[in-house]
Design a protein around this ligand. Structure first.
Ligand code: ADP
Ligand code: MG
Length: 683
């Protein structure tokens, strides 16, 4: 008897050769094999009678071969096998091109199923190159046939036979990670039934049941993982109870050059409530770009400092960390709060200096990049950990930051990526959610235009005029260097074209991901100070950078970007008092590209754009680009399966406190989501 870790080559009927081919699909073990799900199905289950065939329609018929098949060599490289098949209602003329072997494998007097496109007329039925097999076999006809993603060297039939072997050899040992109680409460089929029917559906209903069960299982496991994560962090150590707001918070309020918007105020209230309770805060703050999350973070950090603790703010890029650092110093140093920047580019000596000060509590607030989660970083008293632009980090990185203190710090994560409501639960199932909807007052809305390549000259003339008025501009390009095979202009090319052409005599800059950190920052700094007027860039400027005087953005080859990404980019402008313009240069010809550009023109609502992105590009893409650290969903489709997601969430909530349930769930979690939920596995 096999166990699920058995190498596929040892499975009866597979062997060395096929195992190698399967390896190309990432299938190494029996478990991989049976978990390799079809990407689609072809419903060939309905059979017609010959008389009912309609030319042009694809159908299957069971018919007896009436005369021995004949073969003719039309010309070199073209053989034709012909036969006539009959049933009670009529005759069907069948031809096969270049399948000479069929002459001897199809026998007169025997019944086969022919599945293909009916041709001829209602009186003379014909089929060319149908799929054919003996009536009794029903492997590729007369049933719902799975269609698997393939690579060279493997056919559908080979793969589905291998999976048949796999399923047969593990029928008795498939563990069911769904507790019986959950399965029954949600009317889900058993694991064997699910695997059998996802690969070899008996009927459309059976396929539905199988799919529902596997999608549920997938979402349920992830939800259990997220909830266990939350539970563990809340139970393991006691949280910190902050006092009600005092002197320092009041002083910061007085120092702020503006009043909080209603939304900011509400979020601040949520955060205060959380921080003033013993239960550790686990809160997600969602707010569109420019909605003013930073000031809320600053208030929360000052609150923890006022209570005698330290705070940490982790940002995904050096540039962003640096900018936060400057904003913080500006407002907090006058209040006597000790702020430090811990970045990967500090010299080893300087970094060690900061480690020491953190450990001795000579720093109150530290701002940094991934450098913050290095082992060497230890806090004397971490009270609050904040991650900015959380979608750039994985769940684990967040967890690492949380574990930097003795007591359990409060945790706030912030993201400007508007996650469609339906996805929030999957992605952030362990967090409470607050949202900032409104932008601070006085913002001029950004106007967005889509223009063809042929208008570039006019566009850049307009940019030149705006620069003459004192503004600054971004030009964003999809690639760094030009590749021979790519017709896309690179940031490098565009920079040369513009700085030597229409913008000659105006200071231009070029920034992209391949520059050294120092070079990148020097250029950003010059742009920030207004020395550079026109900045050509790749998407490195996507996150967080704040230059209020920059009021124009031109995006070259805009159709290459996702909607959410364009929205993030566009958020770099419209941050000051000036009318702002975003010009999307696109010659995207496809319907999809055109539609996406139209949407960008018509809305500035990040949530609408995220939902559209999800519709147009699918959740795989969405997760892929937005949410590192989260598992790809194999079976569930969060758009379509929202009801399953909600049920799975409810089931998970009821399950995590039941050890007898978790004893089933944990092994499966460990196997499938080791990386995402490493922390809970260790306990
Ligand atoms: P994000 O949410 O994208 O991180 P920021 O926190 O960077 O946004 O805020 C964007 C800009 O809005 C900053 O320049 C900030 O000073 C300003 N801002 C934030 N809150 C307010 C407010 N209530 N009134 C006016 N301006 C504000
Ligand atoms: Mg921000």
């Amino acid at each position: 008897m096999a166990d699920l870790n058995t190498d596929v080559r040892y499975i009866k009927g597979i062997g060395e050769q096929r195992a190698k081919a399967l390896g190309k699909l990432g299938i190494a073990t029996l478990r991989d094999l049976i978990s390799y799900f079809p990407r689609a199905y072809d419903d060939r289950s309905a059979l017609r009678r010959i008389a009912d065939l309609v030319p042009g329609e694809t159908a299957g018929v069971a018919a007896m071969v009436a005369s021995p098949p004949t073969i003719s060599h039309i010309r070199k490289g073209l053989d034709l096998v012909k036969l006539r098949a009959v049933d009670d209602t009529g005759t069907l003329d069948v031809t096969f091109f270049n399948q000479a072997w069929l002459k001897n494998s199809l026998h007169q007097g025997e019944t086969y199923i022919f599945y293909g496109r009916a041709e001829g007329s209602l009186l003379r039925h014909q089929m060319a190159n149908p799929v054919v097999e003996p009536e009794g076999r029903r492997e590729v006809t007369g049933r719902i046939v799975p269609i698997y993603p393939l690579t060279a060297g493997i056919s559908q039939l080979l793969l589905s036979r291998a999976i048949r072997q796999g399923l047969d050899s593990c029928a008795d040992i498939l563990p069911d990670c769904l507790p019986d109680g959950v399965r029954q409460a949600h009317q889900l089929c058993r694991v064997n039934y699910a695997y059998e029917n996802i690969h070899f559906p008996e009927s459309a209903e059976a396929l539905d049941l199988a799919r529902r069960r596997l999608a549920f299982e997938e979402l349920y496991l992830i939800q259990c993982g997220l909830l266990l994560l939350k539970k563990q962090s809340q139970e393991q150590r006691q949280g910190i109870r902050h006092r009600v707001n005092g002197y320092l918070v009041r002083q910061l309020f007085q120092a702020l050059p503006f009043q909080l918007t209603n939304d900011q105020q509400k979020v601040w209230q949520d955060i205060c409530n959380d921080m003033e309770s013993y239960v550790p805060m686990r809160r997600l703050l969602q707010g569109d770009v420019g909605s003013g999350k930073t000031v809320v973070a600053m208030l929360a950090l000052v609150k923890t400092v006022e209570n005698g603790f330290q705070g940490a703010l982790m940002a995904p890029t050096e540039i962003l960390a640096h900018q936060h650092y400057e904003d913080f110093c500006h407002l907090l140093e006058p209040l006597g709060v000790r702020v430090a920047l811990l970045s990967g580019r500090l010299s080893a000596g300087k970094r060690r200096g900061i480690y020491e000060k953190l450990a001795k509590h000579e720093i109150d607030i530290v701002i940094g990049t991934h450098a913050l989660i290095q082992d060497e970083v230890q806090f004397a008293a971490l009270g609050l950990a904040i991650t900015d632009e959380q979608h750039r980090f994985g769940i684990n990185q967040r967890a690492l930051l949380e574990q930097k203190g003795d007591a359990l710090p409060d945790v706030l994560v912030m993201t400007a990526t508007p996650i469609p409501r339906t996805l929030t639960l999957t992605v952030y199932g362990d967090l409470d959610v607050s949202m900032i909807h409104q932008l601070p007052p006085g913002r001029k809305p950004i106007r967005t235009f889509v223009r063809g390549e042929d208008r570039r000259e006019l566009i850049y003339k307009f940019v030149l005029e705006e620069i003459a008025k004192g503004r600054q501009a971004y030009v964003v390009c999809p690639l760094i260097e030009s590749k021979e095979e790519s017709r896309l202009s690179s940031a490098q090319d565009v920079y040369e074209e513009l700085s030597q052409g229409i913008f000659a005599g105006i200071s231009c800059g070029l920034v992209h991901g391949k520059l050294k950190q120092k070079e990148k920052e020097a250029i950003m700094e010059e742009f920030y100070q207004g020395k550079i007027k026109l900045l050509v860039a790749t998407t490195v400027i996507e996150v967080g950078v704040n230059v209020p005087n920059a009021s124009i953005m031109v995006v070259e080859h805009a159709q290459q970007f996702g909607l959410s990404q364009l929205h993030q980019l566009r958020g770099r402008i419209g941050r000051g008092e000036y009318a702002s313009y975003c010009i999307l240069v696109s010659d995207g010809k496809t319907e999809n590209a055109r539609r996406r550009m139209e949407i960008m023109e018509s809305t500035t609502d990040g949530f609408v754009l995220a939902e559209e992105d999800l519709k147009l590009r699918g959740p795989g893409q969405f997760f892929g680009s937005m949410q590192h650290g989260l598992p790809d969903l194999k079976m569930a489709d969060v758009e379509r399966d929202i009801d399953i997601l909600l049920q799975a969430r409810r089931a998970a909530l009821e399950s995590v406190d039941r050890p007898e349930y978790m004893s089933r769930v944990l092994p499966a979690l460990r196997l499938q989501y080791q990386e995402q939920f490493m922390n809970i596995m260790e306990n």
